[in-house]
Design a protein around this ligand. Structure first.
Ligand code: CP
Ligand code: NVA
Length: 308
């Protein structure tokens, strides 16, 4: 079964081909109304389940629109309203859904839920975010970087802030796409060492630099994310803000990156917390291209999963 569970679990040649497919499909639709069907209709007669155990705007809408553009049909399911949220096992849910649909996308809490769903499903499963990783987002981000600046190979990516699930998928991508990655943030919110080691083992130069200004020197891409993720306790909010405030991405910090550096944020953002509005709406920012590219990248991921 061809699941898309994480970037490090997918062959680099397949990842490259997905990015290229996404770009070609995007270009073919340029200027068309969003509801225009794609000419080849690769998902014709296919049914896709989109399961959400956490809130979503981009993931939900981009998957739904993407399936429809490719000729398939979707159902968007809330985990809470499914028997899954009332004690039915993941394994049974996977077996049952596999009798109705051709592809499952899930956004969930525990990584184990995703892995079990994939283990017991007879259809491909796509990771739409867990507490640990967010691979679809980073596929969109690679597409976005390369549209603006060409190949990401050998480039310096700097993450400023919380060592969270989105950072983890950047670390996975560093190993697979061959870029260097610097993490700058407070020690208390460091990413898991395992993510850094894996990227290093694949030849990526991955470093931790506590001084944000030093970290962004020579950066081709600066990235941040919310200081409090959906899986973080709201009671930790104040502590996190205090720890992360020195890592806010503002114009002063961006001035230490390369003059043609890009700024990314997966969104949703808390404006003027993790990044100032002047950066988010400024000349380096490509945040809305990233959001758009969720659509194109995921269409390519779904085609790959289904062998289309
Ligand atoms: N970036 C992202 O995954 O956004 P949503 O939470 O809105 O899906
Ligand atoms: N790190 C954030 C990403 C949201 C798309 C979260 O998990 O809430």
């Amino acid at each position: 079964m061809t699941h898309f569970l994480d970037i490090h679990k997918t062959d680099p040649a397949d990842l490259r081909s997905m990015i290229d497919t996404a770009r070609t499909m995007k270009e073919a639709r340029a200027g068309l109304p969003k509801g225009t069907p794609d000419a080849d209709q690769p998902l014709a007669n296919h049914m896709v389940a989109l399961i959400f155990e956490k809130p979503s705007t981009r993931t939900r809408v981009s998957f739904d629109v993407g399936v429809r553009q490719m000729g398939g049909q979707t159902m968007v399911l809330s985990g809470k309203e499914m028997q899954l949220g009332h004690g039915e096992t993941i394994a049974d849910t996977a077996r049952v859904l596999s009798r109705y649909v051709d592809l499952i996308m899930i956004r969930t809490f525990e990584e184990q839920t995703l892995l079990e769903l994939a283990e017991y499903a007879d259809v491909p499963v796509i990771n739409g975010l867990t507490d640990r990783t967010h691979p679809c987002q980073i596929m969109a981000d690679i597409l976005t970087y390369e549209e603006h600046r060409g190949s990401i190979k050998g480039k310096k990516v700097v993450w400023s802030g919380d060592g969270n699930n989105v950072f983890a998928s950047f670390a996975h991508a560093a190993g697979q796409f061959g870029f260097d990655l610097t993490f700058t943030g407070p020690e208390q919110l460091d990413p898991e060492e395992e993510f850094l080691e894996l990227a290093r083992s694949k030849g990526s130069n991955v470093v931790i630099e506590r001084d944000p200004q030093k970290a962004v020197e020579g950066a081709d891409l600066v990235v941040t994310d919310t200081w409090v993720s959906m899986h973080d306790a709201q009671s930790a909010r104040e502590r996190r803000h205090n720890l992360l405030r020195p890592y806010q991405v503002d114009d002063a910090l961006m001035s230490h990156a390369k003059p043609d550096s890009l700024f990314m944020h997966c969104l949703p953002a808390h404006r003027d917390e993790e990044a100032t509005s002047s950066v988010m709406d400024g000349p380096h920012s490509v945040i809305f291209d990233e959001a758009e590219n969720r659509l194109h990248a995921q269409k390519a991921i779904m085609r790959w999963c289904l062998g289309k």
